[in-house]
Design a protein around this ligand. Sequence first.
Ligand code: NAP
Length: 452
Amino acid sequence: MLQVAVVGSGPSGVYTAQSLVQQDRVPGVRVDVIDRLPCPYGLVRYGVAPDHEKIKSLQNNLRTVLEHDRVRFLGGIDIGPGGFPVARLLGLYHAVVYCVGAAADRKLGVPGEDLPGSHSATEFVSWYSAHPDAAADGFVGSGFVGGVESAVVIGVGNVAVDVARMLARGVDELRPTDMPQAALGVLAESRVREVHMVGRRGPSQARFTTKELRELGSLPDTEVIVDPAELALDPAYADPSGLPAAGRRNVEVMRGWAERPAQHLPRRIRLRFFLRPVAVSDAVGRVGGVRFERTLPDGRGGVTGSGQYEDIPAQLVLRSVGYRGVPIDGLPFDAGLGTVPHLTGRVLRAGAASPGEYVAGWIKRGPTGVIGTNRPCAKETVQSLLDDAPALVQRDVPDDPLSALRDAGLRPVEWQGWLSIERAEAELGAALGRGVVKIPDWAGLLAAARGA
Ligand code: NAP
């Protein structure tokens, strides 16, 4: 019987497991879904913003897969450097599918980006999502509470929209979410009044989706401000009819905002375009703002510098310029693309498909697309794996890989352990007079998983 390990329990990993157990070409496939964390769901738990309850409820669909008879969740197992080696894992299963996502953030490569007060959006997201690797004092020690009135978010993708919206939310809107208590306390005291979200190209080239963009305009006490003259630098602004549908809808939303009279609300999100970051400026050892060069469209979808500069003062800078895949020790890696080289999901070693090794999700195709994009991506990989199955099952593997993992000294958090964490988070929330509240640290998660 075909035994498969899926490494990573985010959407791509769970959709891979689902495709494997819901097909009938190779009956009876067994799947272990392994995760480094004791909690499943990857970026659905640790990336989707806490106020996006509807998207988070996708966890219920993913749960059904992880509770399938022939699927097991094995949390708390680190594969790769310092953890369980890739080669040994392949010895325990007929096939291993890596669905590890893109864990790092891209750098800007400008002076000052590592100054105190300048963070990657990923750090901020991890902190308010209670990721156990997020720095314990998170944004408390960075001066976030004291004195931040203006924040700059660099990038105009959906992550930028998420962090801008979280900065603009009031405590009453955040309390009903599952965000950790400490982060809620910090954001409750936030004095942020201006959030500048800045793109280096034009409004028609912004990467955010229209639903997410439109939501910014419906935040209580927050006004979205756009400068029609700046938007009009984009040739497609005056007549967006030739744009792809997503770009056209985005431009239409922004045109609506440009025509609206000022509302003078307490908080403002300023959408800015054609500004390329050149330095994060230093105000006595910490962030004082960002220097941008004004850009101009080059007529080919890109921009050129104009030699004119603008400084936006800010005490907090969030760099939201995309994720980047991280190499897994023992697997090939294309450092330029930040992905594992593959052919329809089969890992390529020196240009040839490596028997039994596969990839799906962001580590396969790069950090693009919405959650649903992972479904066809996983399906393609599973088709390749099933095509290879007759050869793969010829190799002897242990009857129960879990015993072998335990013999190697690992103590996986199984499904019951995760259910204990869920119960502990519900109890924590009840004790705080809130709904479910996430546990933000390794010790707390592992204690809850072991029923302590
Ligand atoms: P993204 O969509 O790739 O956006 C990255 C942004 O950073 C772009 O505006 C890009 O501009 C800009 N950028 C890149 N390098 C830059 C530089 N050196 N200087 C200035 N700007 C730079 O990435 P993301 O926002 O991290 O999102 C990742 C994926 O997750 C996306 O597919 C997104 O849709 C998805 N996601 C979805 C949701 C949702 O559906 N609610 C929520 C969060 C994330 P250029 O275009 O000019 O390169």
